[in-house]
Design a protein around this ligand. Structure first.
Ligand code: F58
Length: 803
C-alpha cells in the first residue's frame, strides 16, 4: 500500500489529536511513537486479515516455529521498512522538524530472549514473512524480558525489564483462541468403550491466552503471526484459586524469561513454562486444523503442519502431540507416532554439555503425569525396537530415560524426522562426536543449516548510509536479492567508492563516539580502530583473551612501545548465577577504568564496556565497528551470528576457526580475515591426552606472564579477588577453554591487524570484500533451505493487491 508524505502527516495529526489531544509541536516522543505505530498498524491490519483468509482457503502447509525465546528488538522501523514506508515517513517527519530515530527510541526492546538463539528465532519470523512462506511463531509472552544490566562499582547488577509497563503497541489479545493447560494431579487410565482414556484427578487448570504480533514481510511478502501465550486463571476455575497467592502462582508462569545460559534455577517453573507454551501451541494448531480447515483426517496432518523445535526447550511437543492424538483424538499409537515424527523437526544450538537439558523423572511425573507416561512408553518402544539390532551399550547411551532423568535432546531426536546443526563445523561435530550414536542410527535425519541474519535490520535499518552506497554502485535490487551484493566486489579498485566507504564508517564511528560520551562521559577518538566484541559473556567466548590482549597493549604503551590508537568496545550480559562471567565483567570494568584514566596512555587506548547490550544497542555499535572479535575456543561456538552482522557492516574479523567463522573465511578468502588459533583436532587432542599445561606456557613466555600477572600483582585496582579468580582459572590444567594456548597466536593476529590498519586502502578493500560476501549469510537463504529440505513448504499464492 502506497503512502504519501501528505497522507502520513494528516494521519499523524488525527492520531495525536484522538489519542492525546496533542499536536505535532506539543507531543512527546513517546506520544509520537504511539501515534506512528498506530498508523503502521492500520497499514498492515487489513492485509494481515486477508492473508489469514488466503491461508485458510489455500490450505497450504504451514510451519510453526516453537521457541522459548524470541528476540525481535524494536519493531517500528522494521515494520516501516517492510511496508515500504520508511523513507516517506522519515522525510514527512523531517518536514515537521521531527526525527524518526528519536521517536523510534521511545519503543522498548522486545527482549524475550537471551542471545543468539532468540535473535535467530526473530530473524526467522521476519524472513518467513519476507520470502512468502506461512510461518507462525509460538512462544511465551514474558511479562519481564531479559534483565536490564547496570554496572555498580564495576559489578553487574540485574534489574527487572518491565517492557510491558507501557502498553505494547504491536500485540493483539485473542481471547477467543484461548486453550486450557493442565498441571499436576493424578491420572488414571480407564477403559472407555475399548479405548484406554486418562481420567485426571486434582489437577490444576490454567488458561493460556494468546497475544498475536503481526510479522510484516518485506515489500511483497506476507504478514504472518508470532503467537505469544500468557497464563491466566480460567474464569470457570476461579473458585479453585481463592487466594492472591494462588492467582499469582498462575501469573508467575509467564512472568520471567530465564536469563541463564549455563544452568537453571527454579527448574520447576522452567519445566512448567516449557509445557505451557508447547501444549497451548499444539492445541491451537489442532483446533485450526480440525475446525478452521475442517479436516478430520489426522493422518494428513504432516501435509499441512510442520512443527519446529528450536533447541530442546520445546521438545515436550513430541510427547504432547502424542497425547493429543492418542488421548483426545483416539488415533492409535503407531499411527500417532508416524504423524508426530513427520511433523516434528529439531535444531541443536550447542555442543556444551551443561546446556543439554535433562529433567528429573520425579519432577516430571508430579508436574506432568500423563506426559511422563507417554515419554516412558516412547522410551520403551525405542529400546525394544533397537534390541538385537545394535549393542546394548548403544541402547543405553541413546535412550531417553536414564539414571532417573529425561534427556530432552534424545526425545527431540527420536521424535523428529530432521535434526540440524547451525554451521557446517557444528553439524559435523554433532555427527561425529556429540550425537554420534544417533547419527549412526539415523544418518538421513541429520543435516546442516548455517545460520543467517536479516540484512534488512543490520544493513538497511542500522546502516542507511552504507545501504545508499550500495544503491549508488550496484543498484537497488540487492535489497530484494542479496546475491547482487557480490557485484560490490567490482569496486575493489575504485578509489572513490573506497573513500566513500571509509567516510561512512567514520561517520558511524562519530555517532557512536557521541553516544559513548553521553552514556559514559568518556571521549573516544573516532579515527582510532574500533575493536568490538559483542555477545553474551561466557568463558568459551573468551572475552578473557581480549582482556589479556588489552593488558599487553597497556603494558607496551607504558613502556613506550607504540601502537595505533584503539578503542575496545564490549557489550555483554552475564547470566545472573554465572559467577566466573561476572568476575570477568568486574575485571574488565576495573581495567577499563585504570586505562581510561591513565595519562601515560593518553588516548592511545580506551576500553568501553557499554551497559545493557541489547538489539537496539547492537544497531548502534555494529555499523561503527572496524574489527569483529570472534575468538571462541574452536569447537565451542555453534555458529555465532554477530560475526555475520559485523561483516555485513564492513568490520574485519579476527577469528578462530570455529562455528560460522569458517564459512566467513571461505566466503571472503584467507586474505580478507585474520584467522588464528588452535584447530579442532588440536583442541580435541588436548582434551583426549590431558596434555594442556598452561602453567608451562606461562612460565616460558615472558610477554604472556607479564599480562597474566597484571591480574594479581596489584596493577589493576579494586579487583584483587576477581583478578585472582581469573588467574587461577587460566593456569589450571583443567581450564577447558585453552585461553593461554591461543594467546601468542592471537597477539600475532592483532599485530597483523595493526599493520593492515596502517595501509588504509588495503583495509578499505578488505572491508568492501566482506560487505559483498555477507550475502552468503542472508537469513532468507537459510530459510529457503529450511523450507525446502525440512519443512517442505510452498509459498503462499497471494494476489499482490491482497498483500
Ligand atoms: C546460540 N545459543 C549459540 N543459546 O551459542 C550460537 O553459536 C548460535 O549462533 C546461536 O545460538 C543461534 O544458533 C544460544 O543463544 C541460548 O541462549 C540458550 C537460552 C536458553 C538456555 C540455554 C542457552
Amino acid at each position: 500500500m502506497q503512502l504519501t508524505k501528505e497522507e502520513f502527516k494528516k494521519r499523524l495529526e488525527r492520531k495525536l489529536d484522538n489519542y492525546f489531544e496533542e499536536d505535532v509541536k506539543s507531543a512527546s516522543n513517546s506520544d509520537l511513537y504511539a501515534a506512528v505505530s498506530a498508523i503502521v498498524r492500520d497499514g498492515y491490519t487489513p492485509q494481515w486479515r486477508r492473508i489469514r483468509i488466503a491461508e485458510t482457503n489455500q490450505k497450504q502447509k504451514q510451519v510453526y516455529y516453537f521457541s522459548i525465546e524470541f528476540l525481535p528488538g524494536t519493531l517500528l522501523k522494521s515494520n516501516l521498512l517492510n511496508l515500504g514506508w520508511l523513507k516517506t515517513v522519515r522525510e514527512a517527519l523531517a518536514d515537521l522538524h521531527l526525527d524518526l530515530d528519536k521517536i523510534a527510541a521511545a519503543e522498548p526492546d522486545m527482549a524475550l530472549g537471551n542471545g543468539g538463539l532468540g535473535r535467530l528465532a526473530a530473524a526467522f519470523m521476519d524472513s518467513l514473512a519476507s520470502t512468502g512462506y506461512t510461518g507462525n511463531g509460538n512462544g511465551i509472552r514474558y511479562k519481564y524480558g531479559l534483565f536490564k544490566q547496570k554496572f555498580v562499582n564495576g559489578y553487574q547488577k540485574e534489574l527487572p525489564n518491565d517492557w510491558l509497563k507501557k502498553e505494547d503497541h504491536w500485540e493483539v489479545r485473542r481471547e477467543s483462541k484461548s486453550v486450557l493447560v493442565r498441571f499436576g494431579g493424578k491420572v488414571n487410565m480407564v477403559d472407555d468403550n475399548g479405548w484406554m482414556t486418562p481420567q485426571y484427578e486434582g489437577e490444576r487448570v490454567v488458561r493460556a491466552v494468546p497475544y498475536d504480533v503481526a510479522v510484516v514481510g518485506y515489500k511483497d511478502g506476507l504478514t504472518n503471526t508470532l503467537r505469544l501465550w500468557d497464563a491466566e486463571v480460567p474464569p470457570e476455575e476461579e473458585l479453585n484459586y481463592p487466594t492472591i497467592t494462588d492467582r499469582r502462582r498462575v501469573e508467575d508462569l509467564t512472568s520471567i524469561l530465564y536469563p541463564d545460559d549455563s544452568n537453571y534455577e527454579g527448574r520447576l517453573l522452567r519445566l512448567k513454562q516449557e509445557y505451557f507454551f508447547v501444549s497451548a501451541g499444539l492445541q491451537s494448531i489442532l483446533n485450526y486444523y480440525t475446525k478452521d480447515l475442517d479436516n478430520k483426517d489426522l493422518t494428513k496432518l504432516p501435509n499441512y503442519v510442520a512443527v519446529h523445535i528450536n533447541d530442546t526447550h520445546p521438545a515436550m511437543a513430541i510427547a504432547e502431540l502424542m497425547r493429543l492424538l492418542v488421548d483426545e483424538h483416539r488415533v492409535d499409537w503407531d499411527t500417532a507416532w508416524n504423524i508426530t515424527q513427520k511433523v516434528m523437526s529439531y535444531t541443536n544450538h550447542t555442543i556444551m554439555a551443561e546446556a543439554m537439558e535433562k529433567w528429573d523423572v520425579n519432577m516430571m511425573s508430579q508436574l506432568l503425569p500423563r506426559i511422563m507416561q507417554i515419554i516412558t512408553e516412547i522410551d520403551r518402544r525405542f529400546c525394544v525396537g533397537l534390541k538385537g539390532h545394535v549393542s546394548d551399550d548403544v541402547i543405553e547411551r541413546t535412550r531417553i530415560i536414564k539414571n532417573g532423568q529425561v534427556q530432552m535432546a534424545h526425545l527431540a531426536i527420536i521424535g523428529s524426522h530432521s535434526i540440524n546443526g547451525v554451521a557446517a563445523l557444528h553439524t559435523q561435530l554433532l555427527e561425529t562426536k556429540v550425537l554420534k550414536d544417533f547419527y549412526n542410527l539415523y544418518p538421513d535425519r541429520f543435516n546442516n543449516k548455517t545460520n543467517g541474519i536479516t540484512l534488512r535490520r543490520w544493513l538497511q535499518i542500522a546502516n542507511p548510509e552504507l545501504s545508499d552506497l550500495l544503491d549508488e554502485t550496484i543498484g537497488k535490487n540487492w535489497r530484494n536479492d542479496s546475491d547482487e551484493m557480490l557485484n560490490f566486489e567490482k569496486y575493489y579498485h575504485d578509489t572513490k567508492v573506497l573513500h566513500k566507504l571509509s567516510d561512512i564508517k567514520l561517520d558511524n564511528k562519530k555517532k557512536l563516539a557521541k553516544f559513548i560520551k553521553e552514556r559514559t562521559g568518556i571521549v573516544v577518538d573516532p579515527t582510532a580502530i574500533f575493536d568490538v566484541q559483542v555477545k553474551r559473556l561466557h568463558a568459551y567466548k573468551r572475552q578473557t583473551l581480549k582482556l589479556l590482549h588489552i593488558l599487553k597493549l597497556y603494558q607496551d604503551l607504558k613502556a613506550g612501545i607504540d601502537h595505533p590508537k584503539r578503542v575496545v568496545i564490549f557489550g555483554a550480559k552475564a547470566a545472573p548465577s554465572y559467577v566466573f562471567a561476572k568476575q570477568v565483567i568486574k575485571v574488565i570494568n576495573e581495567t577499563a577504568n585504570m586505562i581510561n584514566n591513565d595519562p601515560d596512555v593518553n588516548d592511545k587506548l580506551k576500553v568501553i564496556f557499554l551497559e545493557d547490550y541489547d538489539v537496539s544497542l547492537a544497531e548502534r555499535i555494529i555499523p561503527a565497528a572496524d574489527v569483529s572479535e570472534q575468538i571462541s575456543t574452536t569447537t565451542k561456538e555453534a555458529s555465532g551470528t554477530s560475526n555475520m552482522k559485523l561483516m555485513a557492516n564492513g568490520a574485519l574479523t579476527v577469528a578462530t576457526m570455529d562455528g560460522a567463522n569458517i564459512e566467513i573465511k571461505d566466503a571472503v578468502g584467507e586474505d580478507n580475515i585474520f584467522s588464528f588459533g588452535l584447530n579442532k583436532d588440536q583442541v580435541y587432542k588436548y582434551y583426549a591426552e590431558h596434555s594442556y599445561h598452561p602453567r608451562e606456557m606461562y612460565e616460558n613466555d615472558a610477554v604472556m606472564k607479564k599480562a597474566v600477572d597484571a591480574l594479581i600483582d596489584g596493577t589493576i585496582p579494586n579487583c584483587s579477588a576477581e583478578g585472582q579468580a581469573l588467574f587461577n582459572n587460566f593456569l589450571g590444567d583443567n581450564e577447558q577453554f585453552l585461553v593461554l594456548a591461543d594467546f601468542e597466536a592471537y597477539l600475532r593476529a592483532q599485530a597483523k591487524i595493526e599493520q593492515t590498519w596502517k595501509q588504509k586502502r588495503l583495509w578499505e578493500q578488505m572491508s568492501l570484500v566482506n560487505i559483498a560476501h555477507s550475502e552468503r549469510f542472508d537469513v532468507d537463504k537459510t530459510i529457503e533451505r529450511y523450507a525446502e529440505d525440512i519443512w517442505h513448504l510452498k509459498k503462499l499464492e497471494v494476489e499482490k493487491a491482497d498483500r
